[in-house]
Ligand binder design. Structure first.
Ligand code: GLA
Length: 330
C-alpha cells in the first residue's frame, strides 16, 4: 500500500504534464506534518492557520495533528510516514519526548524541527540537531514584568504594598525562562523579592492558572494589589479570574500575559477593563508560516533550517491592540 502510494508519487513528481488530472497532481505535492500539543489553544490554531497559508503559497500539503500525550505523538509520526510525508514541525506535549521523537522520525526517514517548546535529550540538554524556532523567552518575560510595574507606578501604587503572583510551570524551559525574566525585571526595578510568590500550575490553560492562583492569593489577604505574570495569556487570565473571585478587580490587578492571540483579544474587547492589563504579542506567523516554509525548503532543496531562531514580542494593551493585530494580520 505504502509502496504503491510512493510509486504514484514518484511518477507524479517527475512530470508536471498538463494531461494529468488535477487529482494526481495534488497527490504529487510534498506533505508536511504540523503536530501541536494543545490544538484547542488559540495560539496553536493560529500557527496552523499560518502554516496552511505557507502550504498554499508554496504548493505543499499540510497535515495538522493534535497530540496531547507521548503515545499520540509517536502514532502521529508513524501515520505521517504512512501518508508519505517527508517531514514535520512539532510542539510536543512534553519536551522529554525529544529522544523518542528524534528516533521515530529517523526510522521513518522524516525530517523534524521543533517550534515553541525545545526538545530535550536524555541528559536534559536540548537536542541540538533538531532545528528550533521559539520565543526569546527571558526578554519577553522581562518586558511583561517591566510593563506591569510601569503600570503600577502610573497608578500610583506604593511598591511596598504590591504582590507579584508568578504562575509557574517550571518543568518547561521556555515557561521557566519567561517568568524568570519577569521576576528579574521586577526586582531590578525595585520590587522586593519577598513580595514575589509562586503558584505552580499543573496545566498551561486558564483552568490551570485559576486553580494554581486561588489558594495562593487567599493565603495573602494582606496584599490587596497584585501583578500577575505567567507563561501565556490563558494562564494569566486564570490568575485574573481567581483574583476577581476574591473581590480584586481591574483597579487592584495588573495581569500581563504572553501570546496576544484570541484570549487577550477577547479580554480587551470587553467594554469594561478587567485585571488583564496587557499581553506581549508574539508572532504566530513566524512560528507557523516560517517553520512550515523552512521545512519545505529543507525537503525540496536540502537547505537545513537555522539551528535556533528566537522571535521577539511587543507589548499590547487595550489602547493599541487593534492596530497591532491588524498589522500582524497584514
Ligand atoms: C508554549 C506555551 C504556549 C505558547 C507558546 C509560544 O508552547 O505553552 O501557550 O505560549 O509556547 O511559543
Amino acid at each position: 500500500m505504502v509502496i504503491g502510494r510512493r510509486g504514484l508519487l514518484l511518477g507524479a513528481g517527475a512530470l508536471a504534464l498538463p494531461a494529468l488530472g488535477g487529482c494526481r497532481q495534488r497527490e504529487g505535492k510534498v506533505r508536511i506534518g504540523f503536530i501541536v500539543k494543545q490544538p484547542e489553544e488559540q495560539w496553536f490554531q493560529n500557527e496552523w492557520r499560518y502554516a496552511e497559508q505557507a502550504a498554499h503559497d508554496r504548493g505543499f500539503t499540510l497535515i495538522r495533528i493534535g497530540a496531547a500525550d507521548g503515545d499520540r505523538v509517536l502514532t502521529a509520526i508513524d501515520n505521517l510516514a504512512a501518508k508519505d510525508a517527508k517531514g514535520f514541525v512539532i510542539c510536543a506535549p512534553d519536551p522529554r519526548l525529544g529522544t523518542a521523537i528524534f528516533q521515530r522520525a529517523k526510522v521513518n526517514d522524516l525530517k523534524v524541527m521543533s517550534v515553541d517548546d525545545r526538545l530535550i535529550g536524555p541528559t536534559g540538554k536540548p537536542i541540538e540537531t533538531i532545528p528550533h524556532v521559539g520565543i526569546s523567552a527571558r526578554a519577553i518575560g522581562a518586558l511583561a514584568g517591566s510593563s506591569a510595574l510601569e503600570e503600577a507606578r502610573r497608578r500610583g501604587w506604593p511598591i511596598d504594598g504590591v504582590g507579584v503572583l508568578r504562575l509557574a510551570y517550571d518543568s518547561l524551559e521556555t515557561a521557566r525562562e519567561r517568568t524568570a525574566g519577569a521576576r528579574e525585571a521586577l526586582i531590578a526595578a525595585g520590587l522586593p523579592a519577598a513580595h514575589i510568590v509562586d503558584a505552580p500550575q499543573r496545566t498551561t490553560d486558564t483552568e490551570g492558572g485559576f486553580t494554581a492562583a486561588s489558594p495562593v492569593l487567599t493565603r495573602h489577604p494582606d496584599l490587596r494589589r497584585w501583578i500577575i505574570v505567567g507563561l501565556n495569556d490563558e494562564t494569566v487570565l486564570g490568575g485574573v479570574r481567581a483574583a476577581e473571585g476574591l473581590g480584586l478587580g481591574a483597579d487592584s490587578v495588573i495581569g500581563v500575559g504572553i501570546g496576544g492571540s484570541g484570549t487577550a483579544d477577547a479580554e480587551f474587547r470587553k467594554t469594561k477593563a478587567t485585571g488583564f492589563f496587557g499581553s506581549v504579542l508574539l508572532s504566530p506567523r513566524r512560528h507557523g508560516y516560517d517553520t512550515a516554509s523552512a521545512m519545505f525548503d529543507w525537503i525540496t532543496k536540502g537547505v537545513r533550517p537555522a539551528p535556533v531562531t528566537l522571535t521577539s514580542g511587543v507589548m499590547m494593551t487595550r489602547s493599541n491592540f487593534r492596530q497591532l493585530l491588524a498589522a500582524e494580520a497584514a
